[in-house]
Design a protein around this ligand. Sequence first.
Ligand code: ADP
Length: 530
Amino acid sequence: MGISQMGLLRSSCSALCHGPRTASVLRPSAVLTRQISMDTQNLVARLNSSGLLRSQCLIGGKWTEAYDGKTIPVHNPATGDVLVNVPCMGGQETNDAISVAYEAFLSWSKLTAAERSKRLRKWYDLLIANKEELGQIITLEQGKPLKEAIGEVNYGAAFIEFSAEEAKRIYGDIIPSPLADRRLLVLKQPVGVVGAITPWNFPLAMITRKVGPALACGCTVVIKPSELTPLTALAAAELALQAGIPPGAVNVVFGNAPEIGDALLASRQVRKITFTGSTAVGKKLMAGAAQTVKKVSLELGGNAPCIIFDDADLEVAVKGALGTKFRNSGQTCVCANRILVQEGIYEKFAIAFSQAVQSMQVGEGFTEGVVQGPLINEAAVQKVESFVKDAVSKGAKVLLGGKRHSLGMTFYEPTVIGDIKNDMLIARNEVFGPVAPLLRFKTEEEAIRIANDTNAGLAAYVFTENVQRMWRVTEALEYGLVGVNEGLVSTEVAPFGGVKESGLGREGSKYGMDEFLEMKYVCFGNISSN
Ligand code: ADP
């Protein structure tokens, strides 16, 4: 479950928008913020001079303010500093972005695949050439450690590289005709203008994994990044322009999320919505897309089980569980949300895992050695606190951590909780924080039953040395991705996506291209055989 489902995160413009922009970009905002610190100020100044720190939206190749001049602040979650104020746009600006995207579609879709491929490749090169700066922007607005942020740039850029390569392989089909005078074929054509709505946890990669294949197929895009992390999206869009992606092919608007969403849904020119975010918002978008019968891809919340069997290699299991649980401070939809441990290895695993978790250094993302940053905002911490409180009140035992970190702000201690039951809040919903809940089980059947006892079906992990069991359990799990003896499975070359309420469609790999294509069956008649 996303934060907004808890009713804690308000991203609507009414809650966040400021009046028309004034000369200063460093206006202190809500509670929990303070004046920008000197270090951040220097970094922001450096990024500004690099030309990558954009503070306006992009419509038709023009950097644009909200039409009514309203702005929203972007915060550094580690310090509360207001980094910059950005436009708070709504339906009007979105409609204009859709119109220019439609105009651009008419020419972008006519380019040869080779030409689109070259420009995507150039965009990839620029993303990689600017990986330090992009990583710094991600750390500033999202909080993840710089090394992890640069890792996201590599990962995110790889979707653009892959799309550049795959653009040249959008093959159709020739079908053997049942009639001698006919020839049958299938053309693949771009779906049209795409609305891409993305979350804050991967400010770059969630965009590139949608926009890369969309552009490769000949579509154009209106991106609506999270209002919490819009700066990375703007920097990526700046580099897209530099790479020769034509004005209007990539547009970025944000501000009043529901209003922007409604404009995208209502438009007949938008033929596809691709979304990563909470299940609640995904369901709204799916219902809204019915108005104009758009194609929809949804990558929604997970509730990933990580099953550790008695016959697992303990070291591999600890490393794998650590990787999948604490990446991005637990704020990914493929993070292990329930660690199911078989009774024979439970105590040993709990000790070794807790020791590994204890050694994790928490802090501001620019500090050397830090592997866990702050949570995205106060609402996220309150959600984690409420889940931990619920679990403890029902008999769970805190083995490590279990409270806010002494660093203050939105830092939370890396936490391990034992004796979790599958009916506790923390096992039913995504905690989206650095809390590892351990559940004890006896048999393989019980583990599979518990693992599948959820509406979610995104990622699952299995740790065992038994080859038969690997196959049995993997096939029985109702999930879109399974990591076997591996906690980090995401890559641009493999299909990523969920089953059940975790979503529809796949991103990445050759399969991800189909999401942006329509098939056209063509029948040629009256073909003479002479
Ligand atoms: P989370 O709870 O993880 O932040 P959300 O689903 O709320 O996930 O947000 C994911 C993205 O969806 C963000 O860009 C957010 O602004 C956007 N969003 C939220 N509500 C709507 C809506 N009604 N229509 C369109 N986009 C929305």
